[in-house]
Design a protein around this ligand. Structure first.
Ligand code: ADP
Length: 288
């Protein structure tokens, strides 16, 4: 009897363990089934969200295209009025028409930013690559915005080494990034301020282009948000308000060029927006 007791105890434990194991196996199977069900539900929800996102992009794209056509006619009509094609205008009419022109240009810019953003989001944005001199593109962007800077008596200049290697990029898109950053600097810098565009060539064969201004700056709380689509800081007035898409778009465009765009800022002292671009690879002498 005393011999059987330990055996009976061990048998009891083994039977308990076998029950526990079966129970655990049942629980594991139930858990696996539930995980699979939830995964399928999430997949369906995700597919639906993707469909809705595609629908949104198509809607924005079609609406923007439709808006662009009448806006182009308005632009032509306004320019004709300025040229005096329909007869002379009074100074008051010229002044009011000037406001119409500014707002038409603003709308055109917003619409084209919206179109570009939907193209990027749907992976339809294509770069036309060539060897590009950034010094030339910076100079073109400065020339383009110099009259706007002059109106606010802002100093706008470029500082770069004598020799700057070329980058491989889409010239128009690089021009778009630079004009957007310089345009922002002009908008957010009060009269008699300074905007300096600098180019440096780093040891890791990357060019760093910076647009630094002495403007209103951005608070540390807002600095993390400015690259989000449609985000605008509290510094915007009715005169300088955009759609809040320029920086989001510029960051995407820089990233399409395998670069990186970031911002540093001190409120009431100014901001600096910088981006990197890889230098054009040198031909391998062994291959020439
Ligand atoms: P927007 O078309 O409204 O200028 P952006 O995406 O280019 O849109 O900029 C987003 C916001 O970031 C701006 O509305 C402004 O509040 C802030 N911002 C951008 N550049 C500057 C700058 N140089 N100085 C101060 N604030 C800036």
């Amino acid at each position: 009897m005393s011999l059987l007791h330990p055996i009976a105890t061990k048998l009891g434990i083994a039977i308990d363990r076998a029950h526990a194991y079966l129970e655990l196996e049942g629980l594991t199977r139930t858990l696996e089934r539930r995980v699979q069900e939830r995964t399928e539900e999430l997949q369906t929800a995700n597919d639906r969200l993707k469909d809705l996102d595609r629908l949104k992009s198509t809607f924005v794209s079609i609406a923007s295209h439709e808006l662009r056509t009448p806006l182009t006619s308005i632009k032509v009509f306004v320019e004709n009025l300025f040229r005096g094609i329909y007869g002379p205008m009074t100074p008051e009419q010229t002044q009011q028409l000037g406001r119409v022109r500014i707002n038409v240009d603003r709308l055109r810019r917003m619409i084209s930013e919206l179109l570009d953003l939907t193209q990027i989001e749907t992976g339809r944005m294509k770069l036309t690559l060539s060897s590009v001199s950034l010094v030339e593109v910076v100079q073109e962007a400065i020339d383009d915005l110099s009259s706007l800077a002059r109106e606010k008596t802002l100093a706008l200049r470029c500082s770069s080494p004598i020799e700057v290697p070329c980058v491989v990029g889409d010239r128009d898109k690089l021009f778009q990034i630079l004009t957007n950053l310089i345009h922002n600097a002009v908008k957010f810098t009060p009269e008699t301020g300074e905007i300096i565009i600098s180019i440096i060539c780093r040891a890791d064969r990357k060019l760093v282009v910076s647009v630094a201004d002495t403007g209103c700056g951005i608070s540390p709380e807002e600095l993390g948000n400015i690259f989000l689509p449609f985000y605008r800081t509290g510094n915007n007035t009715s005169n300088n308000r955009g759609a809040g898409l320029g920086l989001a778009l510029s960051r995407h465009l820089v990233e399409l060029h395998k670069g990186h765009l970031w911002a540093e800022s001190t409120p009431h002292q100014g901001s600096r927006f910088s981006f990197t671009l890889p230098v054009e690879p040198q031909p391998n002498p062994a291959m020439v």
